[in-house]
Design a protein around this ligand. Structure first.
Ligand SMILES: *[C@@H]1O[C@H](CO)[C@@H](O)[C@H](O)[C@H]1NC(C)=O
Length: 442
């Protein structure tokens, strides 16, 4: 039975560690409190003020407020004791290791509940009256974790002047910055949580995905949970899983097959009656090039002769690519032959690019000796690619076995040709002479 007690002890310790870790991993967040400067109404540019702020987080409203002393440079009115039942602020991505120089970014703003204007969220606030529940202090917090692992947007409510806001709506994504290769399925993560004790819980929601690239935007998908309907969009190959949307607040967008045109910013917005929270994420489609080198094989070359070799890199995205040439001699040493003449790029209908380079191989100028391996090298964000051909230069001082054999073969063929020619010539001469006995004399 001692085994059982050991297991028991271990689990108690593990639990204690877990609790210790989770309570310390979820205690405080440094934020900037940003708002429009008061008393400047009607100006052209809304001047913003920025103040240091601290958010102390606890998951249980009945637990003690932290005894931690806030830094002296933080105004006491910018210290918030937040109740976060779903521990949305507790992700390790928001807790930098002790002494870390890079910190999560965090901004807190005053928030004003209002009925939504978009079609797919209009049904949420059909009754024009706004509930007294909304009459409180509202805040929104946007936070970005370390290494682009997490982006979070929370809407919080504090009964007036309490400065103890509770998280009511939380939207987050674990794919704040994501890369995909062409043709792969892509999951753009987005999840939301609504405080079950809030009167807004269960009164409907809507989800919207928008795409933005270089100032242009379009609706990808929009789902109105109140009427259980999708908005009409032109987008194909993009999907939401309605079952997991209802089951676990999983509003992730799935793109069936990544294409170059999918690169850009995606914004996931969740609407509740009078509230909304949104997170943005970056998708980049990165595809390394395929290389083709020609002519392949290269023709046999003699010293002093110039052979031109081409390398074509195609199907890559994004555009930036470095092309170059390398030579590996018979001694196994590798060196650069430079870039060659690089052409401008072309774009295919699928949005991928191609570009090529040409190299003039002059064995004497480049000092290529008896030849070796000529390699085209392409360096791209998505990885580097290489393609090689063999260059044979014949008739150089120390011929290789292959060269000697080739020369013997050439000699044999020449010998045969001469012999055949000789016979033919001879018999012609003999026929002309019309003297059959001549042959016997020889
Ligand atoms: C959310 O749903 C997608 C499918 O739509 C699934 O691939 C993904 O794993 C889900 N995420 C979570 C956290 O359950």
């Amino acid at each position: 039975m001692s085994n059982v007690s050991t297991i028991y002890k271990i689990s108690v310790i593990a639990f204690a560690l877990f609790v210790g870790a989770s309570s310390s991993g979820c205690s405080v967040l440094e934020c900037w409190f940003v708002q429009e400067k008061p008393g400047r109404g009607g100006g052209f540019s809304a001047a913003m003020s920025q103040e240091k702020s601290m958010i102390y987080v606890r998951t249980d409203p009945d637990s003690q407020k932290t005894q931690q002393k806030p830094p002296s440079d933080v105004d006491p009115s910018r210290i918030y004791h937040v109740i976060d039942p779903a521990a949305t602020f507790c992700s390790p991505a928001l807790q930098p290791p002790e002494g870390s120089l890079t910190r999560p970014q965090c901004e807190i703003n005053p928030f004003t509940p209002q009925a939504s204007m978009v079609k797919w969220a209009a049904a949420l606030t059909e009754t024009a009256q706004s509930p007294t529940y909304l009459d409180a202090d509202w805040f929104s917090v946007a936070a970005q974790g370390l290494d682009g692992q997490l982006t979070l947007s929370n809407v919080m409510r504090a009964s007036s002047a309490s400065r103890e806001p509770s998280v009511i709506l939380s939207v987050s994504s674990k794919t704040a910055s994501i890369r995909a290769r062409l043709g792969q399925p892509v999951l753009l993560d987005c999840g939301f949580w609504v405080d079950p004790s809030s009167p807004l819980h269960g009164s409907g929601f809507a989800v919207e995905w928008r795409y933005q690239f270089r100032g242009e935007g379009r609706l990808v998908i929009a789902y109105d949970g109140k009427t259980d309907r999708f908005a009409d969009t032109l987008e194909t190959g993009a999907d939401l899983d309605i079952t997991s949307l209802y089951k676990s607040g999983n509003a992730s967008l799935v793109l069936e097959e990544a294409q170059v045109r999918h690169s850009g910013t995606y914004i996931c917005t969740v609407y509740l009656p009078h509230l909304l929270a949104q997170v943005a994420m970056e998708l980049e489609i990165v595809e390394p090039p395929s290389l083709a080198i020609y002519p392949s094989p290269l023709p046999l070359s003699a010293p002093g002769q110039v052979v031109s070799v081409h390398c074509e890199a195609s199907g890559f995205s994004p555009l930036s690519l470095n092309l170059g040439w390398e030579f590996t001699g018979a001694d196994g040493k590798r060196r650069s032959l430079g870039q060659g003449s690089v052409t401008g790029h072309r774009q295919a209908t699928d949005g991928t690019y191609s570009q090529s380079t040409r190299l003039e191989l002059s064995s004497t100028k480049l000092g290529l000796g008896r030849g070796g391996e000529v390699t085209c090298v392409a360096n791209h964000q998505g990885g580097s690619r290489r393609a090689s051909v063999t260059l044979n230069i014949i008739g150089v001082s120390a011929p290789s076995i292959e060269d000697s054999m080739a020369m013997v073969a050439v000699a044999l063929v020449l010998y045969g040709v001469i012999k055949v020619f000789f016979w033919t010539f001879k018999s012609t001469v003999e026929t002309n002479k019309s003297d059959p006995n001549d042959k016997k004399d020889k």
